[in-house]
Design a protein around this ligand. Structure first.
Ligand code: FRU
Length: 503
């Protein structure tokens, strides 16, 4: 793969060439993150699905590996799924090993006339920690005649395995159990919860710590994440989550609320790494089915789609707001390059020219403290704007501290750039507002900008957004501007260059 393209993310994973969608089979073993993904190695749109594979020791710096799963027969494709480490050899595939890997996924069959055939659940196993797999010779492990039954995610529960899998167009999740990953027994259904969209996809079930105000773990709960598309509130695809209890066979929610993992459009089908129990680390597909097959990276650079940064998740419970899943940026230290600027100001402006940063990628923190809430006006703002001096394009984001939906990201930089105006779906609703309450004395914002991707974490990750943008010229200047903040407010800004994964 050639990772030098001007739009190619440098600290996010993207495939060498071709089209990528959902993360699959993610597990962590012996210090290595394994990421598989829905992969069409021979085209720039979805189809011909394989499992691509990449590994990382820090969650940011990726190494491409050989394709892990190929279509097993004509007109049968390998769709999304998960993987587990079969430490106790429950499957019998690993007589002398405690590091055997079993992948569990959907085989999508197509009829000769091109119409959808059945989707069945199948397994494959690896004796070399996930680099090469063999298909089980008695697949499928869950048979079906439905063409809409997919995306199994398997976790360990007690002495058993538990699977969540989507009956996509029935708006139901099936929960199955198994002693050995081969024989599966249906246990319950979870149906018609939250946003339905046109279909349910890519469910995940994960145990998460509950932390109190001081960050101390006081409890554990389960989180069920569930992706839907099309039909997301902002258009296209989105991921929601439910908090609850799981007893090995049934999931029940703690409250009736539907919550989204992201307040923008470009985070779908996130999965949690198996083998990091107690530390729920996720990563999602940073795109949207609404336009992913048209984005200009295909024509210009021969690849489409990247993954989000890895994120650490935990739960909090505040008396008024209720449950929140906090989506923290995973420790960014491994990719931090040089500190380009640290400054503390009241009202004022900090500008950093980063045209010399080879990766063209930055990490930025802005901490706003000492806000006298009673004195905020509707002009009280902290804006974070990235610019291309060459083309006058910009990506804007920031706080309107006086407003009701005070945070925004505006990727409307494409306007007027006809050569990359690739789909009308991309620029409509291109300003995202977050509904957090501004009336607090301090705010923290962390952001990573990476050539054509922008990820923002507010309030330590209580709110997060992933936003794609495609400038015709690299953005190379960042401005942080604070205006009309009440006396006593302080804005501390830190800007770092990031080291490229691919350099
Ligand atoms: C979600 C999805 C899955 C399916 C895969 C096919 O993005 O539609 O439901 O397994 O993509 O690539």
């Amino acid at each position: 793969g050639n990772y030098t393209g001007a739009l190619r993310p440098q600290v996010h994973y993207s495939p060498p060439v071709g089209f990528m969608n959902d993360p699959n089979g993610m597990f962590y073993l012996n210090g290595v993150f394994h990421l598989y993904y829905q992969y069409n190695p021979t085209g720039l749109t979805a189809g011909n699905q394989h499992w691509g594979h990449a590994t990382s020791v820090d969650g940011y710096t990726w190494e491409n590996q050989a394709i892990a799963l190929f279509p097993p027969a004509e007109r049968v494709y390998v769709f999304s799924g998960s993987a587990v480490v079969d430490v106790n050899n429950t499957s019998g595939f690993f007589p002398d090993q405690d590091n055997g890997i079993v992948a569990i996924f959907t085989l999508a069959h197509y009829n000769e006339d091109g119409s959808d055939g059945p989707q069945t659940q199948a397994i494959a196993y690896s004796h070399d920690e996930g680099y090469t797999f063999r298909y089980y010779d008695q697949n499928p492990v869950i048979n079906s005649t439905s063409s809409q039954f997919r995306d199994p995610k398997v976790i360990r529960y007690g002495d058993s395995w538990a699977m969540v899998v989507a009956y996509s167009q029935e708006f139901a999740l099936g929960i199955f159990t198994s002693p050995d990953l081969k024989e599966w027994t249906w246990a319950s259904n979870f149906t018609h919860h939250g946003l339905l969209g046109a279909q349910y996809e890519c469910p995940n079930l994960v145990k998460m710590p509950v932390r109190d105000q001081d960050g101390v773990t006081v409890d554990e709960k389960y989180v069920l994440t569930l992706s839907v598309q099309p039909g997301a509130p902002l258009g296209g695809s989105t991921t929601q989550y439910f908090m609850g209890n799981f007893n090995g066979t049934h999931f029940s929610t703690l409250d009736a609320a539907t919550r989204l993992t992201d307040f923008a459009k470009d985070n779908y089908a996130a999965q949690f790494f198996y083998g990091m129990e107690g530390n729920a680390v996720s990563l999602g597909w940073a795109s949207n089915w609404q336009y992913t097959q048209q984005v200009p990276t295909g024509n210009l650079e021969g690849w489409r789609s990247a993954m989000t940064l890895p994120r650490v998740n935990y739960l909090t419970k505040a008396p008024r707001i209720g449950w929140t899943m906090v989506d923290e940026i995973y420790d960014p230290k491994p990719i931090l390059g040089e500190s380009l600027k640290t400054e503390t100001m009241g009202n004022g402006r900090v500008t950093v020219d980063y045209s010399e940063v080879e990766s063209n990628a930055l990490y930025i923190e802005a901490n706003v403290t000492g806000i006298n809430v009673a004195k905020l006006t509707s002009f009280s703002t902290v804006n974070l704007t990235f610019k291309s001096p060459a083309s006058d394009e910009s990506l804007r984001s920031g706080f309107y501290f006086g407003g009701d939906s005070p945070f925004f990201v505006d990727r409307g930089l494409l306007r007027g750039f006809d050569n990359i105006f690739f789909t009308d779906k991309f620029s409509v609703a291109d300003v995202y507002y977050d509904s957090l309450t501004p009336k607090t004395a301090s705010w923290r914002m962390q952001a990573v900008i990476d050539r054509s991707m922008y990820e923002v974490f507010l309030d330590g990750g209580r709110h997060a957004a992933t936003v794609l943008f495609y400038p015709t010229h690299p953005l190379t200047r960042v401005d942080v501007a604070a205006q009309d903040l009440p006396e006593g407010a302080q804005v501390s800004v830190a800007v770092w260059s990031l080291k490229s994964t691919w350099a």
